[in-house]
Design a protein around this ligand. Structure first.
Ligand SMILES: NC(=O)C1=CN([C@@H]2O[C@H](COP(=O)(O)OP(=O)(O)OC[C@H]3O[C@@H](n4cnc5c(N)ncnc54)[C@H](O)[C@@H]3O)[C@@H](O)[C@H]2O)[C@@H](O)CC1
Ligand SMILES: Nc1ncnc2c1ncn2[C@@H]1O[C@H](COP(=O)(O)OP(=O)(O)O)[C@@H](O)[C@H]1O
Ligand SMILES: [Mg+2]
Length: 275
């Protein structure tokens, strides 16, 4: 098991070329936010945007449009029950994040099936939150291509079949290989499994134990995957920075709120890109 280092993050977050535009930094669609969990997709989309993704589209329940725009006018929106429009848009995306606040009722399993059926090997897919639960509880196409799962331990139990007590690095690694994914198994010290390789995140604080912290990580992973070529290093850097920012804020704060991580991202990414 390797430890993620700040050097890896510095190597990943490169200075932006002058000759570039929003399309250079990736088109990303985030799918989630039902009538009850609108905040989750707002936090994920905020994290993706503040990570620097070039063009952000949110597919969500229309009840969330106004609050999303009030928080994040940079994002475009589409009704997540408009399958035809979503299908057309999906084809244009570099990255898809599905699951934050999606819920497991009504449209949710259909949206996941549509994404898994249409995703191409060039596109990068992040599966989080409710979409992980749906992977485990509904019939879905097999996972192929550049897929990353970001489960907490209970979601990982559902998807991998490993009880929390049995989630050892060796067992997690085998399960990730069997599922044909990169797995980010979230915990106090998150571990990441990609083929024969495994990493541990050195950071993390109980000040992060607030609803929405994982939704924020999913958005960051999506935002980093939209911009940085190396698939594994993009994921590892997002995991590292998420907790590194929280650890710094926790020096003077009892709790760290998810949106506070997003607010710090442009500054931290600037600093890592200079080193
Ligand atoms: N503001 C919002 O709109 C929020 C929406 N959320 C969304 O709510 C949906 C359900 O996600 P939840 O994770 O809350 O519910 P889940 O039912 O998927 O998982 C929570 C259950 O797992 C158990 N558990 C065991 N180990 C755990 C661990 N290490 N971390 C977390 N839970 C553990 C808990 O005790 C609980 O029974 C997701 O779509 C998620 O994105 C949450 O992110 C909370 C905030
Ligand atoms: N005690 C802790 N120490 C370190 N990190 C934590 C701790 N509690 C929660 N986190 C982090 O917060 C995030 C929680 O993710 P998740 O449970 O999916 O939240 P949500 O779905 O509410 O957004 C993960 O990145 C996890 O590593
Ligand atoms: Mg979560």
């Amino acid at each position: 098991m390797q430890t993620i280092t700040p050097a890896l993050v510095r190597q990943t977050i490169i200075k932006r070329p002058a000759e570039s535009y929003k399309g250079t930094y990736g088109r990303i669609m985030l799918i989630g936010g039902n009538q009850n969990f609108g905040g989750a997709i707002i936090m994920a989309a905020t994290a993706a945007t503040y990570s620097g993704a070039g063009l952000v589209t949110v597919a969500t329940d229309p009840i969330n449009f106004t609050s999303l725009h009030a928080q994040l006018p940079e994002a475009m929106v589409v009704d997540y029950t408009d399958f035809e429009q979503i299908n057309d848009l999906l084809a244009t995306m570099d990255v898809i994040v599905i699951g934050p606040g999606l819920g497991t009722e009504a449209v949710a399993p259909t949206l996941l099936t549509q994404v898994l059926k249409t995703v191409t090997p060039k596109q990068r897919l992040v599966i989080d939150g409710s979409a992980l639960t749906l992977l485990a509880t509904t019939r879905q196409p097999a996972l192929t291509g550049q897929v990353v799962l970001t489960p907490h331990q209970m979601e990982w139990q559902r998807v991998s079949g490993l009880k929390i007590a049995d989630q050892t690095p060796a067992a997690n690694q085998l399960a990730a290989q069997r599922l044909n994914v990169t797995a980010v198994v979230k915990a106090h010290h998150t571990t990441i499994y990609n083929g024969p390789q495994a990493w541990i995140n050195p950071g993390g604080t109980p000040a992060m134990a607030t609803g929405g912290m994982g939704d924020t990580l999913a958005g960051m992973v999506g935002g980093f995957l939209a911009q940085f070529d190396d698939f594994t290093n993009a994921i590892l850097s997002a995991v590292y920075l998420h907790s590194a920012i929280a650890d710094d804020l926790a020096q003077t704060q009892y709790v760290v709120l998810p949106h506070q991580i997003s607010a710090q991202l442009p500054k931290y990414m600037h600093d890592y890109s200079q080193a």
